[in-house]
Design a protein around this ligand. Structure first.
Ligand code: SF4
Length: 211
């Protein structure tokens, strides 16, 4: 893996290789053995979705099996719910010039024995996160989705409910959110303040940032 960023390796007059950060991530196989040992025995397939021009960053957990197949983030029911929470259409959501999607691991981690997604491998954030954040630079708004992202980006040791409850402490530049998985439908029913209070403010802020 090259240490160069957006540079060239010049061995002689005819030999030039350009390597970028996204090329490095795309070529990453650090978790190959870990993934091969899961029930799906899949290979790494990093799903990369960021450009330095992005104004809004969505920090998620890790791609699910559907996203592993599509190679595009949030092409699943969780994505439908997240777009609804954000009040944006798919064209806006997938406009990489405006929106970066940066999960805590770039590859699908596989399933645990209960059929739930495994946690994002920590080696991914350790290896890539600071480099990607440096390339992205400042964004106007960050959505921090789920426990792993909240621990990394907010230093939160609390559970998701307690962290999301503190959303006013982070707004308007950062909004902690629960994972939009359909598994969290019961959570939404138990916490009606999320849809009643947080979402209208979030949608207004997103409109402001993306307009
Ligand atoms: S999850 Fe991250 S560290 Fe692991 S193989 Fe994919 S890109 Fe590499």
């Amino acid at each position: 893996m090259s240490d160069l960023r957006n540079g060239s390796i010049r061995g002689d007059d005819t030999y030039i290789i350009r390597m970028t950060l996204t090329d490095d991530i795309r070529a990453c196989t650090l978790c190959a053995e870990r993934f091969a040992a899961t029930a799906t025995t899949h290979s790494p397939r990093p799903v990369i979705w960021f450009r330095p021009s992005a104004r809004l960053m969505i920090v998620g957990q890790a791609p699910g099996a559907r996203v592993h197949e599509s190679g595009r983030p949030f092409t699943d029911p969780s994505g439908d719910r997240l777009r609804d929470w954000m009040g944006v259409d798919t064209a806006t959501f997938y406009n990489q010039d405006r929106v970066a999607i940066l999960p805590m691991a770039f590859c699908f981690p596989g399933y645990n024995a209960k059929g739930s997604d495994l946690p994002p491998p920590p080696i991914c954030a350790r290896t890539w996160r600071n480099k990607v954040m440096a390339e992205l630079g400042d964004v106007d708004l960050t959505l921090v989705v789920g426990r792993y992202a909240q621990k990394w980006h907010l230093g939160s040791k609390a559970g998701v409910t307690d962290t999301v409850r503190t959303w006013r402490d982070h707004a308007p530049r950062v909004f902690p959110l629960p994972h939009p998985s359909w598994r969290n439908t019961a959570w939404l029913k138990k916490n009606p303040w999320f849809e009643a209070d947080l979402l209208p403010v979030l949608r207004a802020r997103i409109k402001e940032v993306l307009t």
